[in-house]
Design a binder for this molecule. Structure first.
Ligand SMILES: C[S@@+](CC[C@H](N)C(=O)[O-])C[C@H]1O[C@@H](n2cnc3c(N)ncnc32)[C@H](O)[C@@H]1O
Ligand code: SF4
Length: 357
């Protein structure tokens, strides 16, 4: 076990597209929540972590002091990758220097778009100038590994907006980019606005052109398109997330966190106070109904579906009628003893994955 995910479920404001498990206006819980993350970590055996990932929610809200409290409690290997997600807003260079002192060496900035009208439609609580300023300060503070999150397919976002985002990426030169097409999640404000006819889904053909443009332009700019939604400069692939795609085991701390540990997948409790209570009673705060034993068949299936997301290495070739059909249809190709997605397969990846579910 060498991978640790820590879920920080607090946000200042709910973005209109997001259905992640987060709490708004709960800032007063942050220090106590940090105490419980530490207590929960003590319920596991001592592991020497090679990657630690603070995801959210908005991990940046807990502040450098709480990052330091958690990280000083863990055994972390030399040269580990320690990532924290932040949202752009009001950080000083000194704040980022404190992050680095606390042990964070990779920053993931949730930017989503560099166009103010897109950020406004998406319900973000920052503008493009603030995002750029946050990025600049993080660099100035000394972060040498910065990834940014972007999205496409947001209502009203045009192909020109995507080109403008790419121009800015080329200027600021982040080490890594995660770029997701909008997923319409039931229960979000976007979903409700669409039901009322206030916003519309982006045309599928336009969304495909956006994705093709992103791939082409970022590849030209020296990024390796190594996973469906992820691009990295050489040597800057996300080490933690790559473990998920390689179907390696990991521990997740915090409310509603997932873990894959000792051949079991399970989720932590969603309710904050039940989560605290269970930890107080000395038990892992796991939602019993979520526990799933992962047998060899399931492992093989996950290895294929997750492995194919990795565009350079894919998964090991195996004789199977579905594989042959996908090769025939030009969605998969065989290279040596591996099978990988073709260009067409990347565009239609979900159609490939459902074959193996
Ligand atoms: C859960 S968020 C956490 C990061 C941070 N709170 C933020 O908003 O930037 C991780 C990333 O998932 C992506 N994301 C969230 N909801 C999405 C959706 N409905 N469709 C596509 N991407 C989404 C966004 O790019 C976001 O940065
Ligand atoms: S996208 Fe990020 S900031 Fe917005 S609600 Fe979701 S987790 Fe919070």
């Amino acid at each position: 076990m060498d991978a640790l995910y820590i879920h920080i479920p607090f946000c200042d404001k709910k973005c209109f597209y997001c259905d992640f498990w987060t709490f708004i206006n709960m800032g007063h819980e942050i220090d106590r929540y940090t105490d419980y993350i530490i207590k929960e970590s003590r319920l596991y055996p001592v592991y020497y972590y090679d990657t630690v990932y603070f995801g959210g929610g908005t991990p940046g809200l807990i502040g450098a002091g709480n990052f330091a409290r958690i990280l000083s409690e863990l055994k972390i290997r030399d040269n580990a990758e320690v990532t924290a997600e932040i949202n752009p807003l009001d950080y000083s260079i000194k704040d980022f220097q404190e992050y680095i002192k606390a042990g964070i060496n990779r920053l993931s900035i949730g930017i989503q778009s560099f166009q103010d009208h897109v950020l406004k439609t998406a319900g973000r609580n920052h503008n493009a100038a603030q995002a750029l300023e946050t990025y600049r300060k993080a660099r100035e503070a000394g972060f040498e590994n910065i990834t940014i999150d972007l999205m496409f397919g947001i209502p009203g976002q045009t192909l020109e907006d995507v080109y403008s985002d790419i121009r800015i990426i080329k200027e600021i030169n982040p080490d890594h980019i995660s770029i997701y097409s909008l997923i319409w999640e039931e229960g979000t404000l976007f979903w409700k606005q669409r039901e009322k006819g206030l916003i519309e889904e982006t045309d599928t053909d336009l969304e495909a052109v956006m994705y093709e443009t992103i791939i082409e332009e970022l590849t030209k700019a020296g990024y390796i398109h190594y996973e469906i939604s992820n691009f990295a400069k050489p040597g800057k692939k996300a080490r933690h997330n790559t473990k998920y795609w390689e179907n390696k085991e990991f521990i997740g701390l915090g409310v509603n966190s997932s873990s894959y540990c000792s051949d079991r997948r399970y989720k932590n409790l969603k309710n904050l106070y039940k989560y605290y209570k269970m930890i107080d009673s000395g038990e892992l705060p796991v939602d019993i109904s979520s526990i799933e034993e992962i047998d060899e068949t399931e492992k093989e299936k996950m290895k294929i579906i997750l492995g194919l997301r990795l565009l350079d290495t894919g998964t090991e070739y195996f004789t199977d009628s579905r594989v042959e059909k996908l090769i025939e249809n030009g969605l998969l190709e065989k290279t040596g003893d591996r099978i990988i997605l073709t260009k067409k397969g990347i565009m239609l990846a979900n159609e490939v994955f459902v074959e193996f579910i």
